[in-house]
Design a protein around this ligand. Structure first.
Ligand code: AMP
Length: 147
């Protein structure tokens, strides 16, 4: 078996998510792999313009939410020693964007929590399930305790 070279941790900032973060950090260290993190914005309204995705500077509430999400990513990235270029925040459907970045960045292991904000009643949440189905690389779903 070959060592992993690039681990991508998908985070939704749910309370139990740090279990997955700890495992991803551990595995990246063990394999001396690059560690990246991704958070997909799926709960902040995306402005609809002809010029693509713009930050909604004129919408106070969205702007505040966006700043809060950025702060969380910076905080977690610093905690896990993730390089600035390896912190991803995108708008979209989480499973699609996670897979998109994994392919673009040649990730060979995606780490997700077994469930998060969309899967509290399920063994595997919808994002975890979607990533598992469509990813071309290995996916590790960390069993998170119920909140
Ligand atoms: P879910 O399938 O939504 O219950 O969440 C399962 C796992 O998918 C979470 O523990 C995260 O690892 C990942 N995930 C869910 N939503 C997002 C998101 N918006 N951005 C990045 N990762 C996510």
């Amino acid at each position: 078996m070959r060592d992993y070279k690039h681990v991508l941790l998908a985070v939704d900032y749910s309370e139990q998510g740090f279990y997955a973060a700890e495992k991803a950090e551990f595995l990246a260290k063990k394999y001396q792999a690059k560690l990246s993190i991704i958070h997909v914005l799926d709960n902040i309204p995306m402005p609809d313009t002809n010029y693509g995705t713009l930050i909604p500077l004129d919408q106070d509430s969205s702007y505040d939410l966006l700043e809060a999400e950025k702060a969380k990513l910076i905080h977690l990235g610093d905690q896990l020693n993730v390089g600035l270029d390896n912190r991803w925040m995108l708008w979209g459907v989480p499973k699609q964007e996670i897979i998109h970045i994994a392919e673009q960045e040649q990730v060979d292991l995606i780490v997700v929590g077994s469930h998060g904000r969309h899967g509290l009643a399920l063994l595997l949440g919808s994002t975890a399930n979607g990533v598992l189905h469509y990813a071309k690389c290995d996916v590790l779903a960390i069993r998170l305790p119920d909140e």
